[in-house]
Every structure is written in C-alpha cells, then in structure tokens.
Design a protein around this ligand. Structure first.
Ligand code: PMP
Length: 437
C-alpha cells in the first residue's frame, strides 16, 4: 500500500489539493449527507461532492441498479449497437424536458457535453445553409469545462491567458457580475435584464450572419454563483431569435433539481435550442453527461450530409450500460423522493440561512437561488484565495465540506438535505468565519 504522504509522487493533484502532501485529505466512504474520512470522521457534505451528488451518497436504488447491470451487460459498442437501457433512459429524459427538446445525445462529462453541443450548433447551421455562422459566443466569467471548446467559450482568465482563444471567432458578452456584487440580493436581482443587450453590441461588432450560437450557464456556478437578473435570460432568447442565433443552456450544475425544478429552463421559463447536462444525471456516481436538442435541429442535421455519423462524433462510452443503469436508478430516486422539487420547498429556509451569514467577519456579499448559495469574502490584500482556502480547511476540521472558488464559498448540498443539516452547516460556517483572520 502507498502511504498518503507518498501519493503526490504519482497523482497530479489540482486546485486546492496542491497542499495535499502537507495535509492529506481522503474520503474512504460516504452515505446520505455525509462523507467518511480516512481518519474516521463524518463530514457533512455541503457541496454534493462537486455539485453532482444530488441524491446524496450510497443511495440503494442507484447501487442496486449498477450491481445488477454489471452482472447483465458490461458494454455494448456505442457506434454499431444499442442496448435497451440507453433507449429507456433517453425516452425518460426527453419526457422531462420541455418541448421541443426531445433528442438526447450521451457523453461522459460536462466538458464533453459542451463540446458536443457546440458541434451540433455548428453542424446545424451548415445543414440549413447558414455555413457562414461559425462564431460562438460565451460570457465573461462563464465556465463550460476544460475541453478546447469549453475553455474557448468560457471566461476563466488564466485559461485565456495560457491557451489563448482555442477556437477562432469566439467572443464573450459581459457577465452580470458587476450588478450582483456586494448587493446582498435575495434570489434573482430585480433589475439588470438589460445586461443581455451586451449581446447586441457583440452582434453589431461581428455581423449576425457570422454567429452560430450563444452559450450561457443559467446560473454561473464555478465562477462564483452569479444569479441572473429577472428577465435576463428571456431577453437573451429574444435577441437570439431575432438574429437566427441558437441559444445553449449549460445546465451541468442547474440540471436535475438544483433550483427546485427539474431544469433551469423550467425555472426561468425560457426554452433554449440545446441543453448540456452531466453531474446530477447520475448523481455523480458514474461519469455521464447528456445533450438535449430540439427536434428541428436534430432532423436538419441528421438528414444532412454532415450528421453525427458522417462527422464521426461519439464517444466509446456514450450511453455506457453502467452509466445508463446508474442514471435510471438516479431518476427513480429523484421521482420516489420528490427530489427535483425539494429545493423549492427548502428555498426559503435556505435563503434565510445563507443571508444569516452577512454579518460574519469579512463577508462582502451573499447570494442564493434554489439550493445554491455563495458567501463572498473580502480577499486578503495581495493574497487572493487565501482567506477562502483557510475557511475551507477550518470547515473541514469542523466536519463540514464546502467548496471555494476564488474568495467565494460556494454551497450546493445534496437535495436530500434536512433543515437540521442546514442549521449545522451554517452554524459551523459562522464559527469558521469568526475563527479565521
Ligand atoms: N459546465 C458547467 C456549467 C460546469 O459547472 C462544469 C463542471 N463544474 C462543466 C461544464 C464541466 O463538467 P466536467 O467537469 O464534468 O467536464
């Protein structure tokens, strides 16, 4: 066996794990709302793993589904063959999304879902004789995974600096962040839908006949929980419609109940042309993603010369039997326990809890929507991220798992959370923020 302190030699830890060697943190088990650590502690999961374990941990339906599937069929070649659970899952998912989003393409992650959606958008535009539309538009401070497509349309500054713009012709619209900052807004900001008009600026800059699609996270997650103002997404939809531009919602975080509706498209009552998902699809148990697209898009490009098959687009593990079984077990759990609407039931309690943090030391903003919360801390001068990372470590010592991004604490618990867990989470965080300089 390898001692924890030797691990760094073999594994390339990322982000906060950089300090792994001096402070090894290992999970060896998980159940319900809790992780079990290698030093025998039970840690309350305030982040659903990484925004993904929406049904909580070690849920019987999901475990059984995977076990049974492993004994039945391990793998079916994704390009030549199908298997019944892939069709069953696609049909169930299609029934969950608003019309006309009724075609599903399976991937293995959020990043793959984003690449797939961008490719479908470009291929569709060619299929309908709009081949000049090659430009893709994202948002500043957007996050769409780590593939070349995702980092091109994404807004992570270090990525842009290091990799440049990987896809040519990508541009970004202004994010709504300035508006939300330090406002201690409860839920959606009342004003600011005109932020969407920055898309008009970009359209005028480039000529609309060159733009294929706009991709946005309905609520930006990884860059710090940025809730759109009321009417903002509707306005984006209108502008896209006026100019023949496809609208893609990246619902890798917001999908599967995070906002108290199955998808953010339900919550905001805006239907995009494509939706990307992953994470909550299998409650994080097995890697899987899915892209939903409108039937007209599917028909146009599947019947054209440049369809999925001609394009060779697909992954070895698309619709993997174990992933499909896990997803079906996850959907069963969501349905039986009413988890896709549970965030709506708890939203008020959660909002009060998040906002109870506003008077804690160094808190410069708090934000919330559904079962998502953010506590933004004043960065230590010249040492960005240090304060939030100290909060992460201290919370972990106190048996609570949080996630930090920059100097923002991002919270997104499993949807099975009880009010008593919410109390523990925020009581602990209050103690943490009082104890760190
Ligand atoms: N899009 C969004 C909105 C995400 O939040 C993430 C992951 N945090 C991704 C894409 C990428 O997903 P993955 O890490 O599964 O590739």
């Amino acid at each position: 066996a390898v001692a924890p302190n030797d691990l760094e030699a073999f594994w390339m830890p990322f982000t906060a794990n950089r300090q792994f060697k001096s402070n090894p943190r290992m999970f060896v088990g998980a159940e319900g709302m809790h992780y079990l650590t290698s030093d025998g502690r039970k840690v309350l999961d305030g982040t659903a793993g990484l925004w993904c374990c929406n049904a909580g941990h070690k849920r019987p339906r999901i475990v059984e589904a995977i076990q049974k599937q492993a004994e039945e069929l391990d793998y079916a070649p994704a390009f030549q063959m199908g298997h019944p659970k892939a069709f069953e899952l696609a049909a169930r998912l299609a029934a969950m999304l608003p019309k006309p989003l009724d075609h599903v393409f399976f991937t293995n992650s959020g990043s793959e879902s984003v690449d797939t959606a961008l490719k479908i958008a470009l291929a569709y535009q060619r299929a309908i004789g709009q081949g000049t539309r090659t430009r893709l538009i994202g948002r500043e401070r957007g996050y769409h995974g780590v593939g070349f497509g995702g980092i091109s349309v994404g807004g992570i500054v270090a990525n842009r600096r290091t990799f440049g713009t990987m896809l040519t012709g990508v541009d970004h619209i202004r994010h709504t962040h300035d508006l939300e900052r330090n406002a201690f807004t409860r839920g959606e900001p009342e004003h600011g839908e005109e932020f969407a008009d920055d898309l008009i600026r970009v359209i005028q800059l480039h000529d609309p006949s060159t733009i294929a699609a706009v991709i946005v996270e309905p609520v930006a997650g990884s860059t710090g929980v940025l809730v759109p103002p009321k009417g903002y997404l509707k306005r984006l939809r209108e502008i896209c419609d006026q100019h023949g531009i496809l609208l893609i919602f990246d619902e890798v975080i917001t999908g599967f109940g995070r906002l108290g509706t199955p998808f953010a498209t339900d919550y905001f009552e805006v239907v995009p042309d494509l939706v990307t998902t992953a994470k909550g699809l299998t409650s994080g148990v097995v890697p899987m993603g899915a892209v939903f697209c409108a039937s007209a898009i599917y028909e146009a490009f599947m019947n054209g010369p440049e369809n999925m098959i001609e394009l060779f687009h697909g992954y070895t593990y698309s619709a993997h039997p174990l992933a499909c079984a896990a997803a079906l077990g996850t959907l069963d759990t969501y349905e039986e326990e009413g988890l896709l609407t549970r965030a709506a039931e708890l939203a008020g309690y959660w909002e009060d809890a998040v906002h109870s943090m506003r008077d804690c030391p160094n808190v410069i903003d708090v934000r919330n929507l559904g079962l998502i919360g953010a506590i933004e801390l004043e960065p230590i001068a010249g040492e960005p991220t240090k304060r939030a990372f100290a909060a992460f470590l201290e919370a972990y010592e106190r048996n609570v798992l949080i996630r930090t991004t920059g100097d923002i604490i991002a919270l997104s618990p499993p949807l099975i959370i009880e009010k008593s867990d919410i109390d523990v989470l925020f009581d602990t965080l209050r103690g943490v923020l009082k104890s760190i300089p």
